[in-house]
Design a protein around this ligand. Sequence first.
Ligand SMILES: *Cc1c(COP(=O)(O)O)cnc(C)c1O
Length: 398
Amino acid sequence: MKEKINFGSLCVKKEKFEGEIRPHQMPLFATSSFEFDTINQGIDIFTGKNKGLVYSRYANPNTTAVADKIARMEMFGLKGKAYAYLTSSGMSAISTLLLGILNKGDKILTQGNLYGGTTELFLKTLGRLGIETIFTDLKNINKVDDILKKDKKIKALYFETPANPTLACVDIEALSTIAKKRKVKTVIDNTFPTPYLQQPFKYNVDFIIHSTTKYLNGHGNSIAGVIVGRDKKIMESAVWQTLKLAGTNASPFEAWILGNGIKTLEVRMDRHCKNAQTIAEFLMGHKKVKQVNYNGLPTHPDHALAKKQMKGFGGMLSFELKGGLKAGIKFMNKIKFCSLAPTLGDVDTLILHPASSSHINVDKKLREANGITDGLIRLSVGIENSMDIIQDLNQAMK
Ligand SMILES: *Cc1c(COP(=O)(O)O)cnc(C)c1O
């Protein structure tokens, strides 16, 4: 959609709001339902003849306004229009979309290094319902094409780029092109880069999901997700119906908080990128560090690909300490300034040692195959003064 204003201004401006009152900022519509003037007005809305507000599980001014803004952000500078729904979490965005577009017997093709919850959802929940998942290396485009050609049951190609924890990237354009050729729907998790740094619709991806819990909100005070798609019919029928009937809608309050967070997305992301680059370069030169994974470093295997499809390299990085598990635990215990918290994308710097926390129960061989070595530290670089982050990392490595 051709916007009349720049991206950062779109983020800042109040969501579109239609009503008789003219609040300067979006008010919170904490109401479960909406009244009708006449019974006929209600009938027309319930039968789908007219649009209107009925019940907040169906739609609410807060969730609709924020979803519409995210759709505009994902379409920024592109032709056409996108449609979006806010969900109760990133996981519910993924489950609602896939339950909406897939049937029993359909298969999903994806990568091995997805967000952990997504892998579990595919294997444990969708698997039980007769939707099978095939994992492959999505970097091998010829192999992906071959798998899609041979297995007509594959109805969705699902990917995430950059992915945890090594920031490995896949080629959005190449994957989208072969999926279109094979009539397979593409779904991307765009949580890490946000629409500011990466616009998958540029490459004709069918659906985008976000855990807005992370960068889009950015302040660590809400859990929500969003599904964005350009096919009006699928979005307004299959996807919305699943959302409404599974009850996976976001609450007005979460939407309202998210709306506030989005206003500063551009300035936050610029600072996340700048700080992460500075810290990655500092770590590269440190004698206690074996390896640094950041897309902005020319030494990263996917530096060129990230540069092609992203506007900046984001705020996520990981690095490997010399000395393995013992060094990792010792380092974490000495951290003072950064927060030890298992989330990402917040304004403050968050630090995680997967081997002793999120992946403690995962088989060592399995986690190492995905790049999670004993000494690996994941950093969600915040927007503080980078000197304070560096000082903390430096003293913890002493
Ligand atoms: C956090 C996260 C999710 C899940 O989102 P929730 O809001 O926690 O449900 C999905 N994908 C990625 C990449 C994430 O970081």
